[in-house]
Design a protein around this ligand. Structure first.
Ligand code: SAM
Ligand code: SF4
Length: 345
């Protein structure tokens, strides 16, 4: 009995002080970009000739797990793996298994955001590792449009991946970046398609992150207005459903499904922010739309576990109040040079 207790004490993270920033927000959600690389080049996310980070700078799985464990010990309950495309990192299932081992030992939820291209291969393993739900990005149901938006992707692979995930018992939410003149005519079909299969749907406003070689002002579609338009065709019942994220959800009476709206541009949701984001090279960004960060890789490599823990306290002291994305109609460039695949969407 004594041995069992001792073993438990070793494996269960020691509780440190909760992570509370200077505005009183509890940080309980860590997003981890496991790679900045991707097999797609979505027009709103990356430039065609995207330069990726040198492989030698990327955190090892062991380092990622040490950082995740430090966060879990300080009260983080939810971890999302993202990227880039998380499922293209070599041996990614080993990391999923390692982080999955924190479930029930401080961590409540492990989840993933994916473009779905590799999902057919990995869905079963993800479910076995304790993942219960996934976000899959899908901006269109038209194969040609899909090829145009992703520049590289095949829609059939993604649809097969979604089906495999569904069959493995994973709950699916579709993420769709709503773009004027690109896919706004597909929002209603997407609602019917997703809800008809029992999937949630979240619409996202395009954000000005990183130079991508296209003008995002032209395609910007304010979701507040879109929601008003949808109300003419559907009965939208506001819900208090929350997934710990910035999305606000309505139930669509006609389909019974949920539709979420992520509106960073037209509505600032920062006052309830509960998250921080780790890049593949170990920088902890404290806001998607600001430059403030602490370098956890340096802390860990130079000072070990203690320095890492101290860096988390430094992070809480500098987490900014919020982003200040504004859509500048006279200047179509990005608000921030950092691309979404680096910070982790
Ligand atoms: N590759 C995975 C995927 O596409 O789901 C995970 C990473 S991706 C950066 C995460 C999410 O960010 C996707 O749903 C994508 O559509 C969204 N995204 C990328 N760039 C964006 C931008 N500039 N504005 C809004 N959403 C963006
Ligand atoms: Fe890749 Fe996701 Fe960015 Fe598309 S949105 S290029 S799939 S990281």
């Amino acid at each position: 009995m004594a041995i069992t207790l001792l073993q438990q004490a070793d494996t269960v993270p020691r509780g440190g002080a909760p992570l509370i920033d200077r505005y009183g927000r509890h940080i309980t959600y860590l997003r981890v970009s496991v790679t900045d690389r991707c097999d797609f080049r979505c027009t709103y996310c990356m430039a065609e000739d995207m330069q990726f980070l040198p492989k030698r700078d990327i955190l090892s799985f062991e380092e990622i797990d040490t950082i995740v464990a430090a966060f879990v010990a300080r009260g983080v309950k939810k971890v999302r793996l993202t990227g880039g495309e998380p499922l293209v990192r070599r041996d990614i299932m080993a990391l999923v298994d390692t982080i999955g081992a924190h479930l029930g030992a401080g961590l409540d939820e492990l989840t993933l955001t994916t473009n779905g291209s590799q999902l057919r291969r990995f869905a079963g393993h993800l479910a076995q590792a304790g993942i219960k739900r996934l976000n899959v990005s899908l901006d269109t149901l038209d194969p040609q449009r899909f090829a145009d938006i992703t520049r590289r992707g095949r829609m059939a692979d993604v649809l097969a991946g979604i089906e495999a995930a569904d069959a493995a018992g994973l709950k699916i939410k579709i993420n769709m970046v709503a773009m004027r003149g690109v896919n706004e005519d597909e929002i209603e079909p997407m609602i019917r398609w997703a809800h008809g299969r029992g999937y949630g749907l979240t619409l996202i406003e395009g954000m000005p992150l990183g130079e991508v070689g296209i003008d995002r002002v032209d395609t910007y579609l304010p979701l507040k207005q879109l929601r008003e338009d949808l109300r003419r065709r559907f009965t939208l019942e506001p819900t208090d459903h929350r997934t710990g994220g910035p999305a606000r959800y309505d139930r669509v009476a006609e389909t019974g499904g949920l539709i979420g709206f992520i509106t960073p541009m037209s509505h600032n949701f920062c006052e309830s922010c509960n998250r921080v984001r780790l890049t593949a090279t170990g920088q902890l960004y404290l806001c998607l739309g600001q430059e403030d960060m602490v370098d956890l890789r340096v802390a860990l490599r130079e000072g070990g576990a203690e320095a890492l823990d101290a860096a988390l306290d430094r992070a809480m002291a500098i987490k900014p109040k919020g982003h200040d994305f504004v859509l500048d109609r006279t200047h179509a460039g990005p608000a921030l040079q950092r691309h979404m695949n680096v910070t982790g969407g």
